[in-house]
Design a protein around this ligand. Structure first.
Ligand code: DX5
Ligand code: ZN
Length: 222
């Protein structure tokens, strides 16, 4: 099992303190910045825009973990400044051309991920697992921070790990996104998760010291 990695959900960050936040992330060795991109159509919310993301890129070297919650993502991949070491995931549910979208991401030289909503079954991977570098399992319904975990997704992580290992895709990492609290993160790790999106239920919880929150999360995912 690879070392657990932290990808803080930037939609939960306090942008009035962005530079200080990024300094803490760099000091604590955070592996990615999770960027939730929402179009108000695939999900009923709008969050980080492409220009804001470019500004973040100017002030940090931390790789980006783009989570596209937009329709027709295969048409919009060129909108983003992708760099080596980045991750980009697209939702199976967001386009009839998901295999094409995955291919376009890989053509950019970054790791391509398939994101699945809680209710989407794992058999959608049957003819796609061979193309992806990671699987992003939504453990809440996408669109908003601060939601409760969809409890059956905790077992889905274990089922996904068994599915991938069982058909020659043990190299595919599993990312979990949504209500990754400290107790949930422990279960998610035991069930096979590799990358953890830290949001309002852990590192960005109100009145939590960011560095202490990162240490607490790191302790349960190592
Ligand atoms: C929801 C986003 C998540 C969310 C995580 O659609 O993908 O990244 O911000 O935040 P919490 O931990 O509050 O669920
Ligand atoms: Zn996300």
């Amino acid at each position: 099992m690879i070392k657990g990695k932290i990808s803080p959900s930037m939609m939960c960050a306090d942008f009035t303190e962005l530079k200080q936040t990024l300094e803490v992330f760099e000091r604590c060795g955070v592996e990615y910045l999770h960027l939730d991109i929402m179009d108000g159509h695939f999900v009923p919310n709008i969050t980080l825009g492409e220009s804001l993301i470019r500004q973040i890129r100017k002030i940090t070297e931390i790789p980006f973990d783009y989570h596209l919650m937009i329709t027709d993502p295969e048409m919009k991949i060129d909108w983003f400044d992708l760099r080596e070491g980045d991750l980009m995931s697209v939702h199976y549910e967001s386009t009839p051309h998901v295999q094409r979208a995955i291919g376009k991401i890989k053509d950019k030289g970054v790791k391509a991920g398939l994101a699945l909503n809680p209710a989407t079954p794992l058999n959608v991977l049957d003819y796609l697992a061979c193309d992806i570098d990671f699987l992003l399992l939504m453990t809440v319904n996408p669109g908003f921070a601060g939601q409760k975990v969809v409890s059956q997704t905790l077992e889905k992580i274990r089922d996904a790990r068994n599915y991938l290992d069982g058909n020659g895709n043990a190299n595919v990492m599993i990312e979990v996104d949504g209500c990754v609290s400290y107790p949930n993160a422990k279960i998610m790790r035991e069930n096979g998760a590799d990358i953890f999106v830290g949001g309002t239920s852990s590192i960005f919880a109100p009145s939590t010291d960011l560095e202490q929150g990162l240490e607490a999360l790191r302790a349960v995912i190592k």
